[in-house]
Design a protein around this ligand. Structure first.
Ligand SMILES: O=C(O)CCC(=O)C(=O)O
Ligand SMILES: [Fe+2]
Length: 351
């Protein structure tokens, strides 16, 4: 059975090339490898550079009795939202931030001991032209921690504990959100557990936890990109951000800033939910910009099915015939690597 690890490995665009740059040592002459040209429309070919701060994605209270309705509205109109009262304890998030900071402020040579393999998605890496570094984990990061801290068992186990604790919370939250998504797509609440069990072939969902770091950019920040425009291929992604920097693209409006709200988590719809919802919920195109003033961290948790489970449209709420053929997450990664922003279009059923 292809694992999520193999599935992502097929996707060169996930950014596994480590262009080791010692961010702290760059003063005001950023090398060309890390300078962004605004004229570059990127893979998603978006040329609209309007930045919108006057309106933003909905904030949903998960304790609100109307939560499924609120979520349906947000998914259909914004493809992304923030949640409050999500149940993830504050100290678990604070500990995650502490260890994120501890990892990325290590000397580059130590971080590189955990460099991801070619086509790998776990361990330390970066992305093309980005002012960004990351560390990916599927389950425990112990194998990498032992390389980073070979003589410091306590550092190693504290880091692993913090990550595993957060992963446990993410599993709980994502299971809750997945039920709500299924519910809002027209499956009665009594049937959601059975429906999800069938959908996932009674196996566990798969996911990738990633720590992202965007150091202070020493030149005007318009000359840098943190992470360029993209849509995640997951069902959805839960993101914790320590500072503002995230923007989502909305047709006709431009790049909408997502404010940093203390104790809120951001949720993006991914490509698999576009398929599942038969096109009603689009995957969110988003990007991360950098700052000349502050260092920002973000922590996405990409939530999806096992690599070999076929995902097909739920037709209950659209009343339309299927718009997409069934695909596994594994197959979809191969398609995305080939077609990028046209991946969903390439599996559309033409009637
Ligand atoms: O840092 C952010 O706000 C966005 C991160 C992201 O989109 C990703 O890692 O896929
Ligand atoms: Fe993303």
């Amino acid at each position: 059975m292809p694992s999520i690890r193999e599935a992502f490995a097929a996707t060169p665009s996930e950014g596994n090339r480590v262009l080791a740059i010692d961010f702290d040592s760059v003063n005001d002459d950023v090398p060309d490898t890390h300078t962004w040209l605004i004229t570059n429309p990127g893979v998603y070919n978006i040329t609209d550079e309007r930045i919108i701060a006057s309106t933003t994605i909905p904030v949903i209270d998960l304790n609100n009795p109307n939560v499924v309705k609120d979520l349906d509205y947000a998914c259909e109109n914004w493809y992304a939202y923030q949640v409050i009262n999500h149940g993830v304890p504050r100290d678990v998030i604070k500990n995650l931030e502490l260890h994120c900071n501890r990892l990325f402020t290590l000397e580059m040579k130590k971080k590189l001991r955990a460099a991801r393999a070619a086509n790998g998605i776990t361990g330390y890496g970066s992305a093309h032209i980005s002012w960004f570094e990351c560390f990916g984990m599927i389950g425990s990061p112990a194998e990498y921690c032992k390389k980073i801290w070979p003589d410091q068992e306590d550092q190693c186990s504290e880091f692993c504990d913090a990550m595993e604790e957060y992963q446990k919370e993410m599993h709980k939250l994502c299971a809750k959100l997945m039920k709500m998504v299924i519910n809002s797509l027209g499956i009665q609440s009594d049937d959601t557990d059975g429906f999800i069990g069938n959908l996932m072939k009674n196996t566990s969902p798969q996911n990738l936890l990633q720590l992202n770091s965007y150091p202070v950019f020493p030149e005007p920040s318009s000359k840098a990109m943190g992470l360029d425009a993209h849509a995640d291929s997951s069902f959805f992604t839960v993101l914790h951000q320590t500072r503002p920097g995230l923007q989502i693209y909305k047709d006709g409006l431009g790049w909408v800033e997502v404010p940093h709200i203390e104790n809120a988590l951001v949720i993006f719809m991914g490509d698999l939910t576009t398929i599942l919802s038969n096109g009603r919920y689009q995957s969110s195109i988003h990007r991360a910009v950098v700052s000349q003033i502050y260092h920002r961290y973000s922590v996405p948790f990409f939530y999806g099915p096992p690599g070999d489970v076929e995902i097909s449209p739920i037709l209950e709420s659209t009343g339309k015939s299927p718009m997409y053929r069934s695909v596994t997450w594994h197959e979809f990664h191969l398609i995305k690597a080939k077609y990028f922003d046209k991946a969903l279009e390439s599996i559309r059923i033409v009637s």
